[in-house]
Structure formats: C-alpha cells, structure tokens
Design a protein around this ligand. Structure first.
Ligand code: ZN
Length: 280
C-alpha cells in the first residue's frame, strides 16, 4: 500500500489526465486529529480552504512526493509513503470510502486522499514550499532522481566512489545520494544486484556498481510499467502487478535462484530480507 517513486509517478500522471484545468469547489477534511498530532497534516485545518477556487495547473511527482500546483499560488503536497490511497471519482457521489481529505471540483468530480500509515497531506503556498520537509527532500534538483535522464551509470559511480557508508544509507533516507528509494525497494535492488546488505559503497567493484545501477533502474522502471507494486491501487482503483524479488513477501521462503532459505537482519532502523548465498 506504500506509495514510493514508481507509484507516485503513476498517480501524478493519472492526475494530470483527470485534474488539469479543474477548479476546486470545496475541500473536506475529517478524522485528522491523530495525523495532525504527528505532523502528517497542516496544523491549521483552515489551510485547506486556500485550495478553494484554485485551478489545477500541474501535477508532478519526484521521489515519493506528489505536488498539485494550483494557479492561485497554493500547492497540495501528497506523500502516502508508508501507506495510503488516492482515488479519483468522476462524480463526488461515488466518493463513498474512507478519506482524510476530499477535494471537490467544480465539474462534480472529486479526489480523495487517505493515509493508512506514515505520510503527508499538506497544503502550502508557493513562497513557503522550502519549509516543507517532503518538498526539500524530494524536489531538490541537486539530488538526482533515478529516473532522471541525468542518472547515468557514470554519474552513479561518481556518487558511490569514496563513499564509506553502507549501501542502505547511501541509497535510502535523508542522506541518500538519490531520491525515492525506500527500504522496500532497497531489498529488491540489492538482491537483484547480488550484493550483501552490509556492503559499503566505496568497496564495490566496477562490475558491482554497474549491477547495482542496472538493478535500481530496472526495479523502478518495471514497477512503473506494471502499474506499481502488487498491493498498490492507482487513481482508479486498479491494482499494480509488480512483485518484488526480495522483501517481506519472501519471509520463510527460499531463494528463487539457489533455494537457500531467506534470512532477515536489522539494518538502519528496518528489516532486510536477503539470500545469504547469492548476496555477497
Ligand atoms: Zn540465493
């Protein structure tokens, strides 16, 4: 159910098709107190009123974040990174499921957003965007996105060279050299690249760096091509069909390649599943 780079990309593209040029008629926020307490939603609920009368000018995604930019200087930043649902409804009457935020448009269509785990629903003005943690983290042009054309294997090798940290902190989290990779994508990627979770970036050979680069781009592009991960529902409620090669879904299973039982270790505040034989 998590929405990471590939899923955010799919949703932003579908939003472009459905929402561009639409005027916001009203917004409805409910069951939000808990989210507010932990900073997952604007502290002042009236902030969402600023969306009213704005026309959707663009919907873009970068990293795990989605930005709806309105023509009145207001943005809606959505990032259901650890779990959430974003649905489009042709008529607001169809928006019968649970939601935290519902945006009704002047043509009777609606968008609903619900967080089911850690994430963000944030209304913010253009001139305050830099105060948004997600905006600073994911929309920072100085940090490459692995699906940017500038993300070449040469550039990736430069970013890793001399980097003494373990691969996880190099690829995932706030100090990562790229945006948009989660712990879940990380497990899938290093299994495909046949690298042990505790390897350090600077120690990789040229061939291993290339294998890691190939795995990063393969996993992200394949997830986009297959409509997202298998638990993900897109803007229309269609399920994705990408199954990670490694991750919690492989708990108590054996490796697809060598049949060795899959092991688990704790690393950087999360669990990593891996094959102790294939991943060196
Ligand atoms: Zn194996």
């Amino acid at each position: 159910m998590s929405v990471e780079l590939p899923e955010a990309k799919i949703l932003a593209k579908q939003m472009s098709k459905e929402l561009l040029g639409k005027r916001v008629k009203s917004t409805h926020v409910q069951h939000y107190e808990k989210l507010q307490k932990i900073g997952m939603l604007n502290k002042d609920i009236k902030a969402f009123d600023q969306l009213v009368d704005g026309v959707v000018e663009s919907t873009t995604s970068r990293g795990n974040g989605i930005r709806l930019k309105l023509n009145n200087g207001v943005n809606l930043i959505l990032a259901p990174e650890y779990g959430g649902r974003i649905f489009f409804h042709k008529s607001k009457k169809d928006a019968t499921g649970k939601f935290h935020l519902k945006v009704d448009f002047a043509d009777d269509s609606a968008l609903t957003v619900r967080l089911t785990s850690m994430g963000l629903i944030h209304t913010i003005r253009d001139d305050a965007l830099e105060r948004s943690y997600i905006f600073r983290r994911d929309f920072n042009p100085d940090v490459l996105s692995p699906i940017d054309p500038e993300f070449t294997s040469e550039r990736f090798a430069e970013l890793l060279s001399g980097n003494k940290r373990m691969l996880k902190s190099v690829l995932v989290g706030k100090d990562a050299v790229v945006v948009g990779l989660s712990n879940s994508a990380f497990q899938d990627i290093i299994y495909r690249a046949r690298l042990h979770p505790k390897r350090k970036a600077a120690e990789l050979t040229k061939e291993e760096t290339q294998a890691l680069y190939d795995a990063v781009t393969y996993v992200l592009l394949e997830r986009i091509r297959l409509g997202g991960k298998d638990q993900f529902l897109d803007l229309y409620g269609n399920r994705g069909s990408y199954t990670p090669a490694m991750g919690p879904n492989m708990k108590q299973s054996t490796c697809m390649t060598c049949k060795t039982p899959i092991e688990k270790l704790s690393l950087g505040g999360g669990h990593i599943y891996f094959c102790p034989k294939c991943q060196k």
